[in-house]
Design a protein around this ligand. Structure first.
Ligand SMILES: [Ca+2]
Ligand SMILES: [Ca+2]
Ligand SMILES: [Ca+2]
Length: 310
């Protein structure tokens, strides 16, 4: 199936509804509140880097969409972050929902071996999400993964945060969704045909929408557009409409923080095109949302829970 620009792997209607919603939100985004950081002069939100161990993060030029942030390079024992300031236009209650998108690129096992890394596997991975400002502050540099005993970036289980993790060690490809200090879901994406660290940019999309059946809950999804800058990008529904106990009217104030880590095995971990937007007012989108809720209840996929190798 082809939905707009994207070929889909799921071939079901949820994808169609999602893609339509995404297209609408992109089309409307110029007129609605949005956080945007692209490292090419288009940033509307301040950010700061933290180098907690190993080599420092750096802005590099020459990516497929201009400059990008290299959070980790192919050396050992790195722990780095980028913390965006709270952006008042996309923080606080989001009764119609909210969407975080980010482009990520990680290098493969061969690059790790060529750089002298151990274990026949790239490592470790990266993560990105929302961090509550009462706990993490509203501005300035911060690496919540830096404290002793803190969660690692590729398995980002932080209190007062909702974070997507991308874990590739040891020779795995696992996406996790973590919130409130626990793991909501973890998915091995290899059966989807998706390689998280094949050296090209993929686009992660973390969407929170109202749960039409329960106002005390919301529906959380993670989708990945494989090879987003390539000739044939593919949309993968990784986690679909997971009911989660968050009332969007009570969504706390928050800021976006991302980070990456290496150990005895290494990877390049790159980030570009970070955006956050509210799902627009329902006037134009409610038919889509209603349709989406209808088909998703029919087509909701089970999410693998419990232990996946980490
Ligand atoms: Ca860029
Ligand atoms: Ca992989
Ligand atoms: Ca791991």
């Amino acid at each position: 199936m082809t939905v707009g620009k994207y070929r889909t792997s799921g071939k079901h209607l949820k994808t169609l509804a999602f893609a339509a919603l995404l297209a609408c939100s992109i089309a409307i985004s110029t007129a609605s509140a949005e956080l945007k950081v692209d490292f090419d002069g288009g940033d509307n939100t301040a950010w700061a880097l933290t180098n907690s161990s190993g080599e420092a993060p750096a802005i590099l030029s020459g990516g497929p969409t201009g400059s990008f942030l290299r959070l980790a390079n192919l050396t050992g024992s790195i722990n780095n972050s980028i913390a965006l300031d709270e952006n008042p236009t996309v923080t606080g209650p989001a009764p119609n929902g909210k969407q975080l998108t980010f482009d990520f690129r990680m290098s493969d096992n061969e690059a790790n071996a060529n750089a002298g890394g151990c274990c026949n596997s790239a490592a470790d991975g990266m993560g990105i999400g929302y961090f509550a400002t009462p706990l993490y502050g509203a501005s300035g540099a911060l690496n919540p993964a830096a404290a002793d005993g803190a969660s690692p970036w590729e398995r980002p289980v932080f209190a007062g945060a909702a974070v997507v993790g991308l874990d590739v060690f040891e020779d795995i490809d696992v996406v996790s969704l973590n919130a409130f200090g626990g793991v909501l879901a973890e998915v091995d994406v290899r059966p989807l045909g998706l390689d998280l660290n094949n050296g090209v940019f993929h686009r992660g999309i973390f969407t929170v929408l109202p749960d039409p059946a329960d106002s005390t809950k919301s529906l959380w999804s993670v989708d990945i557009i494989e090879d987003v800058n390539g000739a044939n990008p593919v949309l993968h529904n990784v986690i679909s409409d997971l009911p989660t106990t968050v009332d969007l009217n009570g969504l706390p104030l928050n800021r976006v923080i991302a980070g990456a880590r290496t150990g005895g095995a290494f990877l390049n971990a790159d980030l570009d095109n970070v955006s956050v937007r509210f799902v627009p007012e329902p006037s134009g989108l409610m038919p889509l949302l209603i349709g989406m809720a209808g088909v998703s209840s029919l087509l909701r996929r089970s999410v693998r829970r419990g232990p996946v190798s980490n």
